[in-house]
Structure formats: structure tokens, C-alpha cells
Design a protein. Structure first.
Length: 327
């Protein structure tokens, strides 16, 4: 798990909120019970006074009478439980409730993170990835090879569209499998609607499920973010997202308005992530031969030497789906 400090802080703040919520709940229950079963209020008063006596006795080393005090406290607490049960309340009704009993809402068991912490982290990462809803449908389980022709062949590679898709699918699967042990970047290219975005979503889904920080941006939104954080004072958060997430997906590169700002930001982003050994996936409709014209030779050369080229071919899947009745 690789959370940034501010993400860790968000999760820890949630734990303190949960703790206060549960403390408030206990206060409300106590009020309720004091009104309904006044004897319990008396018992609590007696226990408090006996406990104070016990503490004084312990401090002064006065051990005579200590056993009697303990016995009296124990009797009172038995009476308290019995009263609750008689009045059809659960016996732990006046104990501090925990949302996660395993870590008692601290997020930790000893110095290990609790399973609820991991769940909270995944939830947060999903929310921040910009992909939360779509990944329920777009993941490896829903990847279909039916959209790719098993007769149409690419003359240059000798592979059918389906074989090309299979190859891309395997590369994507292995990308996920080796994610923690190797540094790899993917450059997904091909015409509109051949499944590039879908494939990047499959990867995002699996990496989020294993609590990696995945950020997804359309190229348009990414440059918009970089432009706004560049000119605002508090530029760190947006940029740290972009430079430091475990995986950055830049979707549909080439559809944004290209200018010298975009071009230099793209180089900065790609270069910075390579230096930090943080993986990036770029998907684009651009032909490889047009890429360096659209951006720059140096950007293309960084990509060519650090990215794995993955091609997808076929007919526009969105259009095929329309003909299949929106399936
Ligand atoms: Zn827990």
C-alpha cells in the first residue's frame, strides 16, 4: 500500500470522526437509560465513588478493605447488567460501541494496519481515481474478444484483430501481475473505439483492488489541471497526484488542444514519472508517425525508449454495440 501523507491523514481523520460518533452514541444511550431505569444512574454514582475509594486505597498502599471494595463494585455491575437485560436491552448497551471491534476504530492492531484500514484506503483511492463508477463494468471480467474479428488480418504483423487483442490483453494482465516488482509503461494505440480505454480501465480496476494509487485523466482534463495548478499558489496537491501516483493513465492523448504549454507539460510529466519510476499508461488515436509532430521529438523519444507499444485493431466497438442492440 502506498498512500501519500495527505491520504493517510484523510483516513485517520475518519477514524477520529467514527470515535466521536460512537462516544456521542454512548452518551445518548446513557441519558436514555438513566431516564428509563433510574436505578442504573444510582449504580453508576455508587461505582464511581467506590472506584475513587479503591484508587485512594491503592495509592496509599492501604490494602485492607480493598477486596471488599472490589466485591461491592462487582456486585453493582452485575445488578446493572441484570437491569439492562430485564428491560430488554443488550447487556453491552452501555459500553462504548465500535464500528470495527477488531481495531476499536483506531485503524491499527498493534503496529499492523487493520483490515478496515485497507478497505478505507481502497475506497479513498477509488474515489480519487476519477473511475469509481465505471470500473464496476469495465474490468478484466467483462473484456470480450467477440468484438475483434478472427478473420481480418494485419498484413504487417500477420495477426488477426482478435490475436492482436489477445496479445494486448496478456500484456495488460502481466502489467498488473508484475506491477510491484517491475517498472513498466504502456503506450496503447489504435483507432477510435477499439478498446484502449477499456483495457486501461481493466488495469486500473485490478490495481485499485490491491490498494494502489491510480489516477485517471483524459488528456484534456490533465492539462487543464496542470495549467490551473501551475498558476495557482497551492500547486503541490494536483501535481503530486500526477507525478507521484503509482499509476497514471492519460486517456485519449491527442484530443486536447495542443500548444506549446501542453507539449512542455506532457514532456515534464512523462519525464518526471520515468525519473521517479512511476508507471504511466498513455492511450491515443494518433498514428505513431504523427506523434512527434504533434508533441515533440524529445517526448516521443522518451516514450519510445521507456514504453511498451501495444496496438489494438478492429471496428469501433461503440458502433458494434449499437448494432447489437446496446448490449
Ligand atoms: Zn479495524
Amino acid at each position: 500500500m502506498s498512500l501519500q501523507n495527505y491520504q493517510y491523514d484523510i483516513i485517520m481523520r475518519e477514524y477520529s470522526k467514527t470515535q466521536s460518533r460512537n462516544r456521542r452514541l454512548l452518551e445518548e444511550r446513557t441519558q436514555e437509560i438513566y431516564e428509563k431505569i433510574p436505578r442504573i444512574k444510582e449504580i453508576d454514582g455508587e461505582v464511581a465513588s467506590l472506584s475513587a475509594q479503591k484508587a485512594r486505597a491503592l495509592l496509599s498502599g492501604e490494602s485492607s478493605g480493598l477486596e471488599d471494595l472490589k466485591a461491592a463494585i462487582s456486585l453493582l455491575s452485575q445488578e446493572r447488567t441484570a437491569l439492562l437485560v430485564c428491560n430488554s436491552y443488550p447487556e453491552d448497551y452501555l459500553e462504548l460501541p465500535y464500528t470495527c471491534p477488531i481495531c476499536q476504530d483506531t485503524g491499527y492492531v498493534g503496529n499492523q494496519k487493520c483490515t478496515c484500514f485497507k478497505k478505507a484506503a481502497i475506497e479513498l483511492l477509488y474515489t480519487q481515481s476519477n473511475l469509481k463508477e465505471i470500473l464496476k463494468k469495465e474490468n478484466f471480467d467483462h473484456f470480450s474478444f467477440d468484438y475483434y474479428s478472427d478473420t481480418m488480418k494485419n498484413e504487417a504483423t500477420g495477426l488477426t484483430e482478435r490475436e492482436t487483442a489477445l496479445r494486448a490483453y496478456d500484456i495488460a494482465r502481466n502489467f498488473v501481475k508484475n506491477f510491484d516488482d517491475s517498472f513498466e509503461n504502456l503506450f496503447l494505440y489504435g483507432d477510435t473505439g477499439v478498446g484502449k480505454t477499456f483495457l486501461s480501465h481493466c488495469i486500473a480496476h485490478d490495481l485499485l483492488e490491491s490498494a494502489h494509487c491510480v489516477m485517471y485523466f483524459s488528456a484534456f482534463d490533465l492539462f487543464d489541471l496542470l495549467a490551473s495548478s501551475k498558476f495557482s499558489r497551492d500547486k503541490t496537491e494536483g501535481e503530486e497526484f500526477v507525478f507521484d501516483s503509482d499509476l497514471l493513465i492519460i486517456d485519449d492523448l491527442g484530443t486536447e488542444l495542443t500548444n506549446s504549454f501542453v507539449s512542455s507539460q506532457l514532456f515534464l510529466c512523462i519525464n518526471e514519472r520515468i525519473m521517479r519510476r512511476k508507471s504511466t499508461i498513455i492511450s491515443t488515436n494518433l498514428k505513431l508517425e504523427n506523434f512527434s509532430e504533434t508533441y515533440s521529438e524529445r517526448t516521443f523519444s522518451r516514450i519510445a525508449s521507456n514504453y511498451r507499444m501495444v496496438k489494438l485493431e478492429g471496428k469501433d466497438i461503440r458502433i458494434q454495440k449499437i448494432f447489437l442492440g446496446g448490449k
